[in-house]
Design a protein around this ligand. Structure first.
Ligand code: PMV
Length: 342
């Protein structure tokens, strides 16, 4: 982080306060495994879709007191919580002069009940608020690198549309950031199927680490991503749901398979996850074009096109649909996809 601050000419006096919004994102080709645990450097590239209106809005205000004050959806966050501790450490390089502490007001537009991780949008919004507060004028790549240091997948949350996180080669991670993939697909829908918002029994960080260290199946993963990414990119450009959906679903299931091969085993699914997966496969057998993906938790996200929504809603009444290309808060005027949120 100090490199990025240095590149911007160092810490200057912050403004009175700054605010930013960042969308959550769902990987269609997953980031699974780090080659550097401190810098969140991935073993492979990955590709995601941002969730438009579902994300995080963060307001940052420097304060003269000694301690940060953090609220989440209006409620104070206990200072000794994991969330608060991670945030404080992340903010340490930005403390100087009078502004040794911050008031951090965070609002998630992701319904808690959706059971979606919000750390990606959270760190991306925080970085963009810091950029505004200190007037760094960071490029999208610099914002992406800064967000990556908070949470790997956050580097793909700095804008709307599809983002590809390039693995990079450098040890300092300065070439490991996400770039927009400019292939808008206005009919694409992401349907959230909420299964549980309970605490996960293992964090994605620990699950990845254990998988990389103990699962014999992990050996297959980098090659799998290398094959999936170009097919996926081509299918997105062609708006071919049949291929994009199949590659995404297979990629997610393969990621989960690598974790099952870890010891002790890592299984994020609940019985209802399996039940819903069968329902997705039945829907396809009945002629509906719908595909599933899952992250480090039990919840399922469906991929389909707008025209299929009524039939999909009938089968999945609790579905929460998102239109990633039609509902973009703070979209730059004129941009359709891959636009930086500013
Ligand atoms: O950024 P993290 O540490 O929360 O890891 C995210 C990992 C997955 O969600 C499972 C995959 C991904 O690419 O987002």
């Amino acid at each position: 982080m100090r490199t990025l601050i240095g590149e911007a000419g160092g810490l200057r006096t912050p403004g009175p306060s700054a605010e930013a919004y960042a969308p959550a994102n769902i990987a269609l080709c997953k980031y699974w495994g780090k080659r550097d645990n401190e810098l969140n450097l991935p073993v492979t590239a990955s590709l995601s879709i941002s969730l438009g209106r579902l994300g995080t809005r963060t307001r940052l205000t420097p304060r003269s007191g000694a301690d940060d004050r953090i609220t989440l959806n209006g409620d104070p966050v206990p200072a000794d919580s994991v969330f608060a501790r991670r945030l404080r450490t992340f903010l340490d390089p930005f403390r100087a002069g009078e502004a040794k502490a911050f008031e951090i007001e965070t609002e998630n537009t992701i319904p808690t009940a959706a059971g979606l991780a919000s750390s990606a949008s959270g760190y991306a919004a925080l970085v963009m608020a810091l950029d505004r507060l200190f007037g760094f004028n960071w490029s999208p790549a610099q914002c992406s690198i800064a967000a990556r240091l908070g949470s790997g997948s956050a580097c793909r949350s700095i804008g709307h549309g599809f983002y590809r996180w390039n693995r990079g080669e450098r040890e300092d991670g300065m070439d490991s950031f996400a770039v927009p993939v400019d292939t808008p697909w206005p009919e694409l829908r992401i349907g959230l199927l909420h299964i549980s918002s309970g605490e996960k029994n293992i964090s994605s960080r620990d699950a990845m680490k254990r998988t990389v260290e103990t699962s014999p199946l992990y050996r297959e993963w980098p090659g799998k991503v290398e094959r999936d990414l170009p097919r996926l990119a081509e299918a997105l450009a062609d708006r071919n749901l049949h291929i994009a959906g199949a590659v995404s679903e297979n990629n997610a299931l393969s990621m989960h398979a690598t974790s099952l091969g870890a010891w002790p085993p890592v299984l994020f699914w609940l019985p209802e996850t399996v039940e819903k997966l069968h329902a997705v496969w039945q829907a396809r057998a009945d002629g509906l074009s719908v595909y599933a993906t899952m992250d480090a938790g039990p919840n399922i996200k469906l991929l389909y096109e707008a025209s299929a929504e009524p039939a999909i809603r009938e089968r999945f009444p609790t579905l929460e649909p998102v239109s990633p290309f039609e509902e973009m808060p703070e979209k730059s005027p004129g941009a359709v996809s891959g636009s930086r949120v500013d």
